[in-house]
Design a protein around this ligand. Structure first.
Ligand code: UGA
Length: 423
């Protein structure tokens, strides 16, 4: 099929490259000129496992091309996928302006009967709203909801191995086009009405965020009753009705999706007259989780204003270069506000956002002269650092492991003190 993807962010680029590798001809529209230039020269502007290689192959086979205008991108398309940001507005609701602008821009170029599928996370009822918009502009297009469930860091793997494909439309031809698009993927396809499709995405992210928060709350309780959260959560996860995924305690969930989507679902509920107090609680508990990490650090230094802290990890999780809504940065800026001096290391993050955090070029380099080491992201290479050498370069001996990454016994044997989450 001939597919057009509007937006070359994480979702758009991974989906475009993935579809190209399934044998579709893909034209991607990207209006950011520096990103576009990189893509046109065959360089992925984001770090994502396997993405550069897959992009190289798709470009060599001439299955993917990148275009500055939406008009060029949708030329000859059988289906258009919208993969644009829906950031939180000031009141927590999803800001649909990027998608709306793109539809207004696309409208004059849309041929009759074109299927326009929205991949961004949008409030329930948005498909109907977009359909109305295009109808009013005189476009004969069919708008479909097709949420994505990719995780950053394993997005390409997730594209090729989805748990399910969700298609929200009541239009049989659009359902056929979308089913055909993904037919080479081995996954159950759910065709449902657009509102339910849009809700599946929010409900899934909100549930996963709730699970993580539940795990954090259990870990916090384990600390006060003297239980080991790692053993407790493993024991829980072995119950097949519960399962072991997304039960790792840590500094709270972050990233560009869970914080935004939980807020948006609370706002959707409020507008519909339902008080989603459970989810409001999840957001509130998550906010406090990063504070608990700050308190752990405070408990091992005599004075925060004189403390030198090594920070390992800046990204919101391992396997990505993304620092958006990163718990690591949240904890770091709080520590800095309390007067601590930080030196950080992250294998991938080049950018610490608005926070001015000096960077070292290695994990041990960041730890040199530090009173405390704080592990904020679960990069596997941190596990391989020689603990005896670490003890030698640090001034102090305290490790606060916000990801339960290290083995407490090994830390102890190296003459360092250990404080994890829930143990
Ligand atoms: C999340 C969902 O997992 C994807 O299915 C979804 O498509 C995506 O949002 C989206 O809506 O676009 P992502 O934000 O890439 O994906 O990251 P996750 O792997 O879900 O992690 C989110 C946060 O939860 C991270 O800060 C991570 O460290 C934290 N987390 C995750 C935990 O603290 N404990 C866990 O057990 C799992």
């Amino acid at each position: 099929m001939r597919v057009s993807v509007i937006g070359a962010g994480y979702v758009g680029l991974v989906t475009g490259v993935g579809l190209a590798s399934l044998g579709h001809t893909v034209r991607v529209g990207e209006r950011d000129s520096s990103k576009l230039a990189k893509l046109q020269s065959g360089v992925s502007p984001i770090y994502e496992t396997g993405l550069q290689d897959a992009l190289d192959s798709a470009m060599a086979a001439e299955m993917i091309s990148f275009h500055a205008t939406n008009h060029d991108a949708i030329s000859g398309a059988d289906v258009v996928l919208l993969a644009l940001p829906t950031p939180p507005a000031a009141d927590g609701s999803a800001d649909l302006s990027y998608v709306t602008e793109a539809l207004i821009d696309l409208a004059p170029s849309i041929p009759p009967g074109l299927v326009v599928a929205n991949k961004s996370t949008v409030p329930v009822g948005t498909e109907a709203h977009f359909q109305d918009m295009l109808d009013t502009m005189g476009c004969d297009a069919i708008v479909v909801s097709n949420p994505e469930f990719l995780r950053e860091g394993s997005a390409l793997h997730d594209f090729h191995n989805p748990d399910r494909i969700v298609i929200g439309t009541t239009h049989p031809r659009a359902a056929d086009v979308m089913t055909q698009l993904y037919e080479k993927l081995d996954a159950p396809v759910i065709v449902t009405d657009p509102a339910s499709s849009e809700m599946i995405k929010y409900a899934s992210n909100a549930y996963l965020a709730t699970r993580i928060t539940f795990a954090n709350a259990i870990a916090n309780l384990c600390e006060t009753v003297g239980a080991d959260a790692v053993a407790v959560l493993e024991g829980m996860g072995l119950d097949k009705r519960i399962g072991s995924q997304f039960l790792k305690p840590g500094p709270g969930f972050g990233g560009s999706c869970f914080p935004k989507d939980t807020l948006a679902l609370v706002s959707i509920a409020e507008e519909s007259g339902y008080d989603f107090s459970l989810l409001r609680g999840v957001i509130a508990v998550n906010e406090l989780q990063s504070e608990r990490i700050v308190s752990k650090v405070a408990s091992v230094v005599p004075s925060m204003s004189e403390a030198r802290i090594a920070l390992w990890g800046l990204t919101f999780k391992a396997g990505t270069d993304d620092t958006r809504e990163s718990p690591a940065l949240k904890v770091a800026s709080r520590l800095q506000a309390l007067g601590a001096t930080l030196l950080a290391y992250d294998p991938e993050a080049q950018d610490t956002g608005t926070e001015a955090i000096p960077l070292a070029s290695s994990a041990l380099g960041a730890a040199e002269g530090a009173d405390v080491l704080l592990i904020a992201t679960e990069w596997p290479e941190f596990r391989d650092v020689d603990l005896v050498e670490l003890r030698q370069v640090m001034s102090g001996a305290a490790i606060v492991d916000a990801r339960n990454l290290l083995d407490p016994k090994a830390v102890d044997s190296a003459g360092l003190s250990y404080m994890g989450v829930g143990r």
